[in-house]
Ligand binder design. Sequence first.
Ligand SMILES: C[S@@+](CC[C@H](N)C(=O)[O-])C[C@H]1O[C@@H](n2cnc3c(N)ncnc32)[C@H](O)[C@@H]1O
Length: 1018
Amino acid sequence: MNPPEFPKRLIEVDLPIRRISAHARREKSIRHGHISTLHIWWARRPLAACRAVICAALWPDPADPLCPSEFRAAAAEIILKFACQAAWNKDLAGHCSEETWNRWMGLTKSRSGFDLETKAGRFHLRTALLDFIADFANWDSSTVPEYLETSRALTQVAHEALGGVPGTRPLVVDPFAGGGSIPLEALRVGSDAFASDLNPVAVLLNKVMLEYIPKYGQSLADEVRIWGEWIKKEALKELAEFYPKDSDGATPIAYLWARTIQCEGPGCGAEVPLVRSLWLAKKANRSIALQLVPLPAQKRVNFQIIIKQIDGWACQTNPKSKIQNPKFEGTVKRGSVTCPCCGYTTPATQMRKQLSARHGGTRDARLLCVVTTKDHGSGRFYRLPLEKDFSTVQHAHSELTKQQAGTNDPLAEVPHEPTPEGKGKGAGRAFSQRNYGMETFADAYTERQLLTLTTLARILRESRGKKMPETVRILSCLALGRVNDLSMSLCRWLTSLEAIAAANGGQNRMPVVLDFVEANPFGGSGGDWLGQIDWIARVVEHIHACSLAPGTTACSPAQNPTLPNDSADALITDPPYYDAFPYSDLSDFFFIWLKRAVGMDVLDYDGDLVPKGEEAVVYDVAHGGSEIKDRIFFQREMTRAFSRWRDVTKPSGIGIVVFANKTTGGWESLIQSIIDAGWTATGSWPIDTERPNRQRAIDSAALGSSVHLICRPREHPDGSVRTDDIGDWRDVLAELPLRIHDWMPRLAEEGVVGADAIFACLGPALEIFSRYSRVEKASGESVPLNEYLEQVWAAVSREALSMIFEGAEGSGLEEDARLTAMWLWTLSTGGEGNGNGNGEEETPDEEEGESTAKSKSAGGYALEFDAARKIAQGLGVHMDRLKALVEIKGDTARLLPVAERADYLFGKETAQPTQKRKKKQIQPTLFQMLEPVESVGSWDIPSISKIGETALDRLHQTMLLFAGGRSEALKRFLVEDGVGSDARFWKLAQALSALYPSGSDEKRWVDGVLARKKGLGF
Ligand SMILES: C[S@@+](CC[C@H](N)C(=O)[O-])C[C@H]1O[C@@H](n2cnc3c(N)ncnc32)[C@H](O)[C@@H]1O
């Protein structure tokens, strides 16, 4: 039986991904009113991408032959109306891109609008809809009434034209709703939304956004502000004495602390504060730092504050006392601690051992400095701690001890819940608290922080059922979550901003911080209670500005939907990213306070920590009583979830699955689960999600985009899964390269290259494979998905290579050159969205452990081994024959940096690293006088005893000669030894110049070689 045919949706034929990506990247830096400021959530998807994808998934393609004519006619009218509004309304025109606005102008002038009788007219309408989507993705357009009305009208006519009951709205469901981006956008564009998640914190966030804000609107924001003041007043009655003002009226806004150890140097035993850097403020026009003052006799270290003046550094309290050669390095480097008194270095393992014995050393940390603000005088002021600061801390200790002794209410206790174990290679690798002895969450706070958080939580808890409206109370509890993120001993002082960095802030890990900052939550600065209240109120106002119809939320695992079969029009969801985010453990850092403040019944959950058993992540430590979650677990649970949600989705419905992962294993499991669950892939679009200009690690295939995989239920019209369409393996294999050949240039045009492009090819490739319930070889044997995916990698690698070399597969270059080019291409970013995407943030390691130091020093270009193996296999390359080019260690394969190949290329005795970088040398030949050689490298190569066997080896030899400033040798090598006469040599140089990351040594060296080409007559 032939599969049922449905009109294609826009997203199944086209999507303006470059424009949407630009809006998504920009949105990452938008704060005021953005839902990311309501409460932290991990791997939040940009609203821009969600909005665009939802519109394109709900609206049919007017150019599709099966598109209902009612939709075409109504959509043409709606878009024409919008075009007229844009043409006449200056404000609205300001929201349109130039390209789109010209189209609107053209449309309004043409009078006839779209000629829907012709193919061209229908394509014209498709383009207009896509233009509208691209502009609407802009954050600035997201509350503009004309955009909202137009999108909602289009959603409505699409729904009715596709068979929806008139007057009802389509239902978009997201069973992995997290921070709620997808359901919020579904409501914005005029559909109904159902959001569920198994995490009670996520569910509460969705409830607030989808239910409370649409219901209570602006008054909710106003009340949150009013009651925020009241809560502050109540809290200060108890807490003001713990945050005293200075005698000159200055307000302490932050306290800078350092954990300490005892120096293990022979006979020393001094107390050493663990400080990474002595900077306090490091700005263009303002430099302030601490200086260590060792007191060996007293076995301790004192501090002084120094400040940079026009004539040099001076002591802050005595500006006449100049400081010569100030030091800015602290006492800790990569976890090892150097004692300022005796110079002995205590190793990192011992440092951790000492801290572990004191539960992380938060309670007995050393107060180093107090940051203040003054009513008269802008900016921050720094002072050393005074006796009063120490006595206040002591007072906080006594008060907390007294309060804790006098309570038998578990919700009034400090959080004794256990911290995440943080072991293994899966998502749990995010946590190292236990390595430092922080066994319970309470260990991660100073006693004053515990006193403040328990007090605020109590006020919020006890306000229940009193005058404060319940929704206001709940939103205020979210403000407590924000305070918490800025009130752990895992927060750092940012010297370039003179501000507090949140302990988590959305990263996929919670690093331990050795020198930490404690905010004053009533100091009117970072971490301030009213500041957090304001962030929340602004989100309410922003969402209210879109006048949303309320949505529905539920707390349930995706494996057990609570909706009836065939009730949803679209499943649009963003499931867990395999092993990238330990959502439940991360959220525990917030749940512990939320449950104390909001009440367990509001959360509809009464566990100590958030539920973990059914969370679908790869996590190789059994946590929360769960089984160890390996790849098999992930795939099994995702199959269950996708299969149940296919039942919930109508047979004519659509599915969009957003996914991002750097590992081939992650992708394969996800895809397998989607196919096993009875879905057919019909395409995929990568959308950038990262901030522009973020530095991406050049040594890892980090993704800048999330892939949106488009699927349809592989079902008969009655909802039963099709099992009878068998594909022929030969046909599938014949179609695959053609598909990739069509698709890759399109991606390149949109700026999608490298690993992003590889994963973005999975959708079109799967379209071929997954349209069948089974693909069989001539022998009748069924083809497993992983065998097909190997073919996909091979096809993508071959296509990429022919794009790199603008011709057939590397034009006769040897395997090492082909592998190098493809490897570097995989790591490339295409220049725009150069973040590492998907919230899989590679943040600098705070813990400065030895392991990080080692991995950082490795250098080169690293890929996951399996990805490297697949690339090599696809290109017909044998990696085991290329040991002088690729190093394999565990799960990682490293393309060696050229400098590391010097021994191999020149022989051990000839290639010697020089001690220092050489200064500029001008060589006395004509071409060198014209183009002075900059000796930038660290390689001294006296003679070339052998010419490399392959074009790549010869190119690397010339690069090293250039790096070593050996112009004469380089010239001889290229001209007299004939290396430069090989056209392949220059072709390879050209290709690698485009692929080596800008700023890398290799890029400079290969460009240096290319710059000689003309001068040498090639
Ligand atoms: C990638 S996040 C979703 C992020 C969301 N799209 C956003 O923009 O904020 C994945 C979510 O899946 C949830 N999750 C993990 N396993 C689950 C399960 N078995 N059932 C329901 N939700 C689950 C996590 O709690 C997390 O919120």
